[in-house]
Design a protein around this ligand. Structure first.
Ligand SMILES: Cc1cc2nc3c(=O)[nH]c(=O)nc-3n(C[C@H](O)[C@H](O)[C@H](O)COP(=O)(O)O)c2cc1C
Length: 175
């Protein structure tokens, strides 16, 4: 049995839902999964886990600075342990941008950090216009207009391929 820590960063909760799904997939395989938001992830606790996963969503072209700081602070330890990273964005709904080497945000992050996760996942997120504030809604609708996505302000749509999430859970279990 491995003790697996998933450190996550979410704004509207979708990355946490992906973490929950990973836990539901991995725990029946006999491992123990602990989810911790990045703001509460104490560097000292990392040594208590056999494997570490970091998951983060994209907002306005970037993973949250707290995630990048966490990774940079702990890069040495992350490189020593079996580890994985996943990124959540709506651009990843596009087949041409849903792999680590084709997703612009993941490519940019991996160029910037010293951590080399053994597995990298790219998942499409969710659009929930009714939940957004007026400015965010307007900006996202404009981006969707440019990229051929939904623009109706009543749209709530989940692009996530849950089987792909499960497959990633299988890779984490095997790390
Ligand atoms: C204000 C805002 C900005 C966003 N910016 C981007 C972006 O630049 N690129 C992208 O692919 N997705 C972008 N998204 C989509 C999110 O990554 C997607 O909604 C994801 O599911 C959010 O996950 P979370 O709820 O865990 O934060 C944005 C969403 C919001 C609400």
């Amino acid at each position: 049995m491995a003790r697996i820590l998933i450190v996550y960063s979410t704004t509207d909760g979708h990355t946490l839902r992906i973490c929950d799904r990973l836990r539901e997939f991995i725990e029946p395989l006999g491992h123990q999964v602990t989810l911790v938001p990045v703001a509460e992830a104490a560097d000292g606790q990392l040594e208590n886990y056999d494997k570490i996963v970091v998951g983060a969503s994209i907002r306005y072209g970037k993973h949250r600075p707290a995630v990048v700081d966490f990774i940079e602070r702990n890069a040495g330890l992350l490189n020593r342990k079996p580890s994985a990273f996943f990124s959540v964005s709506v651009v990843a709904r596009k087949p041409a941008k849903n792999q680590p080497h084709t997703n612009p945000y993941v490519r940019k992050l991996l160029r910037r950090i010293a951590w080399r996760p053994r597995e990298v996942g790219v998942f499409a997120g969710k659009i929930d216009y009714p939940r957004y504030g007026a400015i965010d809604r307007m900006v996202i609708r404009f981006i969707m207009l440019l990229t051929g996505g939904p623009t109706d302000p009543r749209t709530v749509v989940e692009f996530t391929d849950w089987e792909k999430v499960d497959a990633f859970g299988g890779l984490i279990a095997k790390l």
